[in-house]
Design a protein around this ligand. Structure first.
Ligand SMILES: [Zn+2]
Length: 350
């Protein structure tokens, strides 16, 4: 072995963390924010280095909501997160141009590792679908989907300036119809319940979400975080509800992402929760996708924190389910989106 080859081998062994029996990436990331709530983040070229050879492909988006720095509310303190101030959030459409230009700054082989997503629209606006269409026409060849966008989210949706989004708003139907027409994958954040529900309180969000999903059978939808959050807990029989939903042919267009460390904390809380989550995923191996939900990470250890948290869950999956959740389902969903969206653009970009 020549010295050069030896050092490359050594580096693979020493630099890539725990040895992996497979060659090639161990995971794709279906849920990643390049920028934060004040539209700042990681340079995409640096992010490629953070992905390294461990992460294959990434669904790439910013954050549609900008945190206002209200001098009247926090004075000289410049908030960078929505929990740091009472000032409102507003929709920041420039995020889509920013993400498109970041993607376009990459070489073709690097671009192939990303699926950029459109997020800079207000889901309470009947014109939201028109914004999405305009982004596709302005940046053809770039986007694979829309989202992560939010309807109901603890702490966040109540802070949005103007009318709040709702699962019953026709504006949402209009944009989901358009996503189906153009072939865009949708990543939708909607909490399964309210924070701190009273005993017996109706989790109306679950019923409204179910109705919404059933109204859009032609649209590929990923339900982010299976509806869980920092304080939004699993509802009673959550795994049973998801099991029945995924067994229902009327919801065959719906997948679930297990992103966010706040979600991993529930799924791998105890050996029992880990086993129950793994059993559910093993029963529906095509329907779950891994994601990090990291925001503007600075190194690979931080970026892959959620992946590492899920080690006990992955260990309980069948080999087939593990491969699909970590990689195969992402590739199936986003390859199909790329094909369909490129075809839509070909027919519509004049
Ligand atoms: Zn997210």
């Amino acid at each position: 072995m020549r010295p050069r080859a030896l050092s490359a081998t050594l580096c693979l062994a020493l630099c890539a963390g725990p040895a992996s029996p497979q060659s090639g990436p161990v995971v794709n990331d279906s849920h990643f924010h390049l920028t934060n709530y004040v539209q700042e983040g990681t340079n995409i070229h640096d992010f490629l280095k953070i992905m390294g050879d461990k992460v294959g492909r990434v669904a790439l988006f910013g954050i549609p909501l900008q945190q206002t720095w209200s001098y009247g509310n926090t004075g000289d303190f410049a908030p960078t997160y929505y929990l740091q101030t009472d000032a409102p959030l507003y929709y920041y459409s420039f995020t889509d141009a920013f993400i498109a230009m970041a993607y376009r700054s990459l070489a073709p082989a690097e671009q192939a590792r990303f699926d950029p997503m459109i997020t800079g629209f207000n889901p309470a606006d009947m014109y939201a679908a028109d914004h999405i269409r305009r982004v596709l026409l302005t940046f053809p060849g770039v986007f694979s989907g829309i989202g992560e966008f939010t309807v109901h989210k603890e702490f966040v949706s109540a802070k949005v300036a103007g009318e709040k989004a709702s699962l019953t708003n026709p504006a949402l139907d209009r944009l989901l119809d358009f996503a189906g027409e153009a072939g865009l994958v949708v990543i939708l954040h909607n909490d399964v319940d309210l924070p701190f529900p009273k005993p017996g309180q109706d989790p109306y969000q679950a019923a409204q979400l179910s109705a919404l999903l059933r109204r859009h059978p032609r649209t590929t939808i990923i339900w982010a975080h299976c509806g869980l959050g920092r304080i939004v807990h699993p509802v009673k029989d959550q795994l049973g509800i998801i099991d029945r939903a995924l067994s229902d042919p009327a919801l065959a267009h719906v997948s679930i992402d297990i992103s966010w460390d706040e979600v991993a904390k529930y799924l791998v809380a105890t050996p029992e929760t880990t086993r129950a989550a793994a059993d559910l995923i093993n029963r529906h191996p095509d329907r779950f996708v891994f994601g990090t939900d990291e925001v503007a990470p600075t190194d690979q250890k931080k970026y892959l924190k959620v992946y590492d948290m899920y080690a006990p869950l992955f260990a309980r999956l069948t080999a087939e389910a593990s491969e699909r959740v970590r990689k195969g389902n992402y590739e199936r969903l986003f390859d199909e989106a790329r094909r369909k969206v490129r075809a839509w653009e070909k027919a519509n970009v004049k």
